[in-house]
Unconditional design. Sequence first.
Length: 318
Amino acid sequence: MISFEGEERIKPDGPKPVSSDQPGGAARSQKPIIRTSDSLRYAHASLSVQTQTATLLIIASETSEAERVISVLRDDGFAAKSVAVPHAERLDDVIAKRGCDMILCCSHDRNIDLDAVLAAYRKLDGDVPLLLIANPENAANDLVKARGVGVRDLIRRSDNEQLKLAVTREFADLLRRRDARGLIERHQLCERRSRELIEVTGVGVAFIQDGLHIDANPAYLALFGYNSMDDLQDATFLDLVSPEQQKAIRDVLRSGEAANSPLELKLTCRRADGTEFRALLVAASAEIDNEPCLRLILQDLDGTHAAGQAKIGCSSIF
């Protein structure tokens, strides 16, 4: 069953707003005004937000106008809580404390200073879509002012259908952006944990780009007899492979950059002092600082670790 909470009015000198259950988003990207009348997209968006409750910040000097907007959305089955303010003062404070998901500015209201609203909105850090509700005769002027500020849509006051479409669409897009940011944060956490594992593992791990080393763990440096990463950066990975295998390894590494799964092979490597050892190499595409590279994992087959142990170490890192 759709839930609805009535509109709440915040006066300029009234009580401070209380906390909200809906947190605000991260950094907002500047986008031009977007319009759509695609009923199919509206239907899909409605399905994606029907279980969510949006907190709408409505900027209007009259409570009745805020109630009208909420009533239109409620009648269409859009679950929403609302906060009404008569101006843009303390806009960031209200959004932070109430966790507002979206701003609807009634620019048709003669008592609303649209320039002040846009100036305050430009200073916001969060991902909070702004929609303008304008009189048809003033829509062109409001559109000019809204360009470049990040306003997501301009709605004619008399067009309730456009209001429902725009609010539903923008809330659905906001939820998708939040989901994407959550995935990115989890991916970054996994990368940090992977880096921590790489630093302490006894298996040699390095990252190369265009054949050059851009990073390596202590076990990799020790494997080849280098004291520091600065010393290793003077050598390409092919310099660490026996001359007889360099051409074959070059071809393998090139194919590894485009491969969807890790490549595994045995090769003969050369240490900094010129001595050689047999190694198991596993190469796979990776990223460092959003730049594509190759991740190399090497296990010394002539050393104390068995090949089977190398495979266990490699699988845990990948």
